[in-house]
Ligand binder design. Sequence first.
Ligand code: ATP
Ligand code: MG
Length: 420
Amino acid sequence: MRVSQLFTKTSKTLPADETSKNAQLLIQAGYIYKVMAGVYAFTPLGLRVLENIKQIVREEMNAISGQELIMSSLQKRSTWEETGRWDDEVVDIWFKSKLKDGTDVGFGWSHEEAIIEMMKQYITSYKDLPVNVYQFQTKLRNELRAKAGIMRGREFVMKDMYSCSINAEQHDKFYNDCIEAYKRVYDRLGIGDDTYVTFASGGAFTQFSHEFQTVCEAGEDIIYLGKNKEGKTVAVNEEVLDDKTLADLGLKREELEKVKSAEVGNIFNFGTQKSEDTDFTFTNEKGERQFVHLGSYGIGVTRVMGVIVEKFADEKGIVWPEAVAPATVYLTRLGTTPEVVQAAEDLYKELTSGGVSVLYDDRDEARAGEKFADADLMGIPYRVVISDKTMANNTLEIKARTSDTAEHISRPELMQKLAA
Ligand code: ATP
Ligand code: MG
């Protein structure tokens, strides 16, 4: 990708109507465009980050036998009436509309009921189970407050997975596999060390649930961290903080550290409650009807992107972990002599064909300081400089985004470093 071809431009001034750091930086660096409060478009750069996050999630969901699909955004009223969740008193974030003939439709804020309705068509026998499906989809929610940038959108991308199991044992195995898969996801996204699995109440519709909470100043939630007897850090959700919980975990109230956190994922065990409400059954080996065990598993894809920005950004701008960065290298050409232009073009080709993703600053008019500031603001993990000076020494300059000092290395050394 060439910087000269990006239609987005970086900006030095803070967007006037944004108070959240993630939205400010993502707008300034050209990753997102604000349509209105809580509604953002993703530019080519932003889309790359989003797709990198999705790909990590996708690989881990596939690894535990998840099958990807995509449901519709428009939903029927009857789908949600069975469980009482069409009612605005029960679900307060619905966007609803009507077809031309007056028929009510809702815009998908979740797909739990919609998935069940679909699966009832396909799952009738024990031979059809288990089934685990997931999707990435833009959820539409009429959230009351949307002041946290992409961490709380009225339109946001979620990975939602649903499990249909034959019995509690099969369900529990998948539920636990999913906890492990989520841990791998957050590790790969670079926030694993600060992300905790917490037990949560789960509300009226579930038997129990777990949340994945990432320590983050900009988060809306609060968790308490403490050390158990084995010296492992344990986290407790504010909403279930009682002495018996704590005692079960081997924790004492005075010894806990209170921190702000963002819910980056959650998993729910419905048992057979939802299948009883919706009459979702299968016939077992003896020909008897039984209720399907259901679970639901979310990851806030766009929220995670916001959390990563919030956690790692410094005074110069965004700092992407390599796994999600829109490019690994910000290749900076300084100077416009035919020799340096040719050498930079060659290096760009060599890196790209060697599998290294490059954002190539090929602008003639921009000064060195401007190019460096953009590389920092955009948060690209490595900045490589090629100039008449580096060419005279037969070296290239490389600097990690998080380091203060640059290194001078040869072209083969650079290739080796980046390929590793
Ligand atoms: P929250 O308590 O933050 O409102 P939720 O309990 O409504 O979240 P779910 O409906 O189960 O969460 O959604 C699954 C995941 O989607 C959440 O764990 C969170 O990471 C993300 N998420 C939920 N609402 C939003 C939103 N408005 N904007 C961005 N991400 C969201
Ligand atoms: Mg919510």
